[in-house]
Design a protein around this ligand. Sequence first.
Ligand SMILES: *Cc1c(COP(=O)(O)O)cnc(C)c1O
Length: 360
Amino acid sequence: MKTYPIPMIPGPVKVPEAVLKACGVNYGSPDLEPEFLELYNQTEAGLRQILGTENPVVIQTGEGMLALWSALKSCIVPGDRVLSVATGVFGYGIGDMAASVGAEVRTIGLEYNRTLGDLAAVEKAIADFRPKMITVVHCETPSGTLNPVAELGKLKQRYGVPLLYADVVASAGGAPVLADEWGLDLALGGSQKCLSAPPCMSFLSVSDAAWEIAEQVGYVGYDALKPFREAQKSFYFPYTPCWQGMAALNTAAELLLTEGLENSFVRHEKAAAYCRQRVTEMGLSLFPAPDAVPSPTVTAVNVPENTTWDALDAALRKKGLAVAGSYGPLAGKVFRLGHMGTQADTELVRQAADVLAEVI
Ligand SMILES: *Cc1c(COP(=O)(O)O)cnc(C)c1O
């Protein structure tokens, strides 16, 4: 198998040894052994700190997309109004997902290189449309941007919107996420980004309001939230959980909390600032608009005009550097360096930038 000595893909990121070790164990049956329940509870406690919440955190076997679908399908019925606040591939995509569940979706969208600022249009839409749910993405990974979401929580409060749904998959652990302070009812995360575990676990914090609504909706599919409300109390999970994945996620959360969340945020900021500095010094241009907030976990760069993404990618890979392209309207035009989790390492970014400078 080909491995790259300089991994800079924004998820799945390089998995640390301790986490790999936790995966490679023959555990018993998670449905039968009380040790699994202890592990689940312990993992939940760690994730609560990482998400900044006192609410329960549901942990499912799957990746970030599972949490995104689970929260939507568990809380939305056909005809419900969803206000999608979108600034990128995931933001617009979540609006499409809500529509596919039958929601009446109104989108307040910005260009993909912008981040939320003045919320007058969002406020007007809330006042007119009276949504049941507002959806937003914290870190738009394909754009390399970070949306401020706390102000949306205040609007939610002011207008009595029942639910604020926030995708924090690519920020949790690498940037402050304060689910309770920001009024997030559903804060959605995945294992393979800043936590540096394999792409096999998803997790989401669930507020009282979200639980109430999930009960009313009564959705019971494989990705349903509802069975998890009593799963720990009754030690009855809706399907056999993945013990290896849970152990990996728990070890990953422990590593992060042992480092200290504040230290992790500083490490991410430093790697990101250094990355942006090197990229601009070598004459490349950043994708986010000058007044947009760049993400501390991923840097998006415009593919230079004298080459194509495919040629650039091939040349970088030949020299051991794996970066990522982008998606949707950004495919072929933008490439990304993921300095999240284990890869939020200024020395690693230095190696990546040296290769990039040489190749371009
Ligand atoms: C990675 C990511 C997800 C989850 O995608 P997966 O395909 O499950 O990895 C969701 N939202 C954002 C913003 C992400 O970066």
